[in-house]
Ligand binder design. Sequence first.
Ligand code: SF4
Length: 351
Amino acid sequence: MGETNSENKKKTAREIIENYNGPKVRIMEVCGTHTHEIFRLGIRKLLPEQVELISGPGCPVCVTPVSFIDEAIYLALEKGVTICTFGDLVRVPGTKMSLAGAREQGAKIHIVYSPADAEKYAKEHPEEQVTFLSVGFETTTPAGCLSVKAAKEDGLDNYSLLVANKTMPQAYEALKGSADVFLYPGHVNAITGTRLCEALTEEGVSGVVAGFTARELMTALAVSLVKFQEGKPFFVNCYPRVVTQDGSKEAQVLVDEMMEACDSEWRGLGVIPASGMKLRPEWQNFDARIKYQMPKIEGKPNPACRCGDVLQGKCKPSDCKVFGKGCTPQHPVGACMVSGEGACSAYYQYS
Ligand code: SF4
């Protein structure tokens, strides 16, 4: 067993990590940005062999299922809708093609940097029907809501959202047994607060909220290792300069006013009850699925792709047979190799 708390207090985070001699521990980087930063900063090289870092489901593009890409392609090709989207989503393979492939067949795909840009585009192009692909977690949902509010204020009837926004708490529940410690994504907790993560300790789930600088990540890992050795479930907020217990009330009120929970499909995890968001009935004129009477679309991922297992920490990207061969950032087979936050792209880039 490792050392006592008072002995650890005298050590730097780096010393605690490098000299860890406690039991084997699996720490899940829930957030794709954490995965990339830990690689980029060389922190993995400091870890003793009994500390295993595994990737989790916190990359918005990666967890968005194939069926969502197929829905967007349906709107673009069958309904003639202009799709506004973040750039990452354009190369994610759908069942038959990606949005980039649809563009080659005449689909209008416009890259934007925010939902506000998409609403602006719709305002400037009243002759086009415009749909923004709204993906992501608690951090991005408020901006989508604000764009719908702006569209209403601007009197637009040519703007809508195709919503695949998700909420993290239900994913933590679904992944309960996958890791010993969760490295919670600080930017999500900045919105949600920490109460839920604190409550999860009662179900035996341990975790720390981590920031994104080298110091913040090292501190979060060191705290995880020290607390893990104490042998009981724990929660520590290691990002207090940004994360509070209550989170952002303003963002929570806005989202609650405009959206409600719904069941949602996650790549690899399947449908998780009440883990998604959709616009409330009073805003349904801006809901692309209702506006265009979207048929039920079942997406089929490439059978060679193990993104689903990667996102649950069941395998490493390098365990996938096509990693670095058939699947590269230039020719991605799955979403985890496309996204700048994807685990496969991080492994490809840094390992
Ligand atoms: Fe999917 Fe490519 Fe990752 Fe394999 S390497 S899991 S095909 S994204």
